[in-house]
Design a protein around this ligand. Structure first.
Ligand code: HEM
Length: 501
């Protein structure tokens, strides 16, 4: 579907209008949708006329049962208040430390041992499934301080995770049929709607237990997001607090794991990029931990080590340019408007901006737009991650609703990517089909089946040494001493403050 939209947009010069259902009374404005990938229009929608393009009533009613009026699913003052509260928390160093702790614990005690055991047994694994479990555990730790351990050697089924999946699947169904149909199904408790109500009950009791225990604890020593919200105000209702947790889980689980699945797949297809990533990791480790030894593998990379992996960050951004976790996003038009490219959008219609198509437009990224080239994110001397126009790359959204978890996501993804690549050489199981799934986020339809091999670091270390002997400050065009200039990939205080100013 995303490639089809991309073809349409290419043929139409970046923007077209279509009608999804011309049924009178069922679809507002005959279901008129304006589809665009033009950065000028995207900037107009996400920033210049932000108030005219909220999520809108359709999005809100579809998600209401799962997300309530949480940050992800609200507009206006309800959204602004939560954004201000959450943005303050996301600037604190302690939240970053908490993410570092959760992710490194899971890498060390569960993810690496599971991959190693697959290697020893010579059995393929579904990397997408493992990554989804890992990011789910991470985000639960961060959101409400409890790791559900869905990533464990026997890959257990977890009631909360299953309920969460069923509820998101049923929510997706609601997008496909007109509202009166799913409302009727909900009322009659038919099909996925009946699963949905059971799942909501399950999640409700799971989260209620956590919140009640937390309320009883003296002084609440926890640093998770739920506790932070609870410390702000005693009187938040239990439902509101549950929705806080669920909104963050939805925002931060599939997004990171989808990005990592496409990243690992792209790396297996691009040995040149894989080698450069490894050269960078080894250079940092030689400097920080000395020559190759068990100290390289005993502990996952720490904050400062991860911070220096700029080529890896560029490769992750490049993955998100081609395979954005949220491939299409939509807004509601409040009042009649004309987009910068001259298209008239009537009140009550929808505007979809195709993030997936944006990464594949020659007029935005040049003739090599479909190539996987992390170098396009680095400065010409290769020592900095360069910023691109914020409205050209909107995988993390842009403007007042820019993703709050962007920095945390890079920290998490870099830690996981470095841990895996340092230890293992992955190869996609021959004949395995890597295809996109029709879902809100960009899953792989059949997972990502990989064989896990041993990583031989010797040739990489020889290259690292050769560069050191030559006294060159950089490896392969500027990998070794690269620095983040703060433009791309870092959610600065300024960006967080922007929406509330
Ligand atoms: C690769 C990983 C990620 C990607 C690609 C991503 C992408 C996005 C996108 C596209 C949006 C806008 C969605 C919309 O409004 O329709 C968004 C919003 C958001 N993201 Fe992320 N995200 C990622 C990871 C995370 C993580 C790990 C967290 C939390 C720890 C997080 C928290 C949020 C929140 C709270 C919002 C709502 C912001 C608002 O509406 O004001 N994200 N993200």
């Amino acid at each position: 579907m995303h490639d089809w939209i991309t073809d349409n947009l290419s043929a139409a010069g970046g923007t077209y209008q279509t009608c999804i259902a011309g049924i009178p009374f069922l679809a507002r404005k005959q279901g008129l949708v304006t589809v665009t990938c033009d950065p000028r229009n995207v900037e107009h929608i996400l920033k210049a006329r932000f108030d005219n393009y909220p999520k809108g009533p359709t999005w809100q009613s579809v998600f209401h049962d799962l997300l309530g009026e949480g940050i992800f699913n609200s507009d206006g003052d309800t959204w602004l208040f939560q954004r201000k509260t959450a943005a303050l928390e996301f600037t604190t160093r302690t939240l970053r430390q908490a993410m570092g702790r959760w992710v490194n614990r899971a890498i060390k005690h569960r993810f690496c041992p599971i991959l190693e055991s697959a290697r020893l047994r010579a059995e393929p694994v579904d990397l997408q499934d493992l990554l989804l479990r890992l990011t789910f555990d991470n985000i639960c730790g961060l959101a409400f301080g409890k790791d559900p351990l869905t990533l464990s050697p026997d890959l257990p089924e977890n009631g909360f995770a299953v309920s969460f999946d069923q509820a998101t699947e049923a929510t997706l169904q609601r997008f496909i049929v007109p509202e009166p149909f799913w409302q009727l199904r909900k009322w009659l408790r038919l099909g996925l709607e009946s699963d949905m109500s059971r799942s909501l009950q399950h999640m409700d009791s799971y989260l209620s237990d956590i919140i009640s225990t937390r309320k009883l604890e003296d002084g609440n020593p926890h640093d998770d997001l739920l506790s932070r919200f609870m410390k702000k105000k005693e009187s938040y209702s239990e439902k509101f607090l549950q929705h806080v947790a669920l909104n963050f889980i939805l925002a931060g689980r599939d997004t990171s794991s989808n990005a990592l699945s496409w990243f690992f797949w792209l790396v297996t297809q691009n040995p040149r990029v894989e080698e450069k990533i490894l050269l960078e990791i080894c250079t940092v480790l030689v400097e920080a931990r000395g020559e190759l030894s068990s100290s390289w593998f005993d502990e996952p990379l720490g904050f400062e080590e991860v911070d220096r992996l700029m080529y890896l960050k560029a490769a992750l951004s490049e993955t998100l340019r081609l395979y954005p976790s949220v491939p299409e996003d939509s807004k509601h038009v409040v009042s009649d408007d004309v987009l910068p490219t001259g298209v008239h959008v009537p009140a009550g219609s929808a505007v979809t901006y195709s993030i997936y198509s944006m990464g594949r437009m020659k007029f935005i990224w040049g003739d090599d737009c479909s190539e996987f080239k992390p170098e396009r994110w680095l400065s010409p001397d290769g020592t900095k991650v360069e910023g691109h126009d914020a409205y050209k790359f909107v995988a993390f959204n842009a403007g007042p609703r820019i993703c709050l978890g962007k920095d945390l996501a890079y920290l998490q993804m870099k830690s996981i990517a470095a841990a895996v690549l340092l230890r293992h050489r992955l190869t996609v199981v021959p004949g395995h089909r890597v295809e996109q799934k029709m879902s809100l986020t960009l899953f792989m339809k059949y997972g990502l089946m990989v064989e896990v091999g041993t990583r031989d670091l010797r040739p990489i270390l020889e290259k690292v040494k050769a560069v050191a002997v030559e006294g060159s400050p950089t490896i392969n065009g500027g990998v070794a001493l690269a620095k983040d200039n703060g433009h791309e990939g870092s959610t600065t205080d300024h960006q967080l403050a922007a929406p509330v100013a």
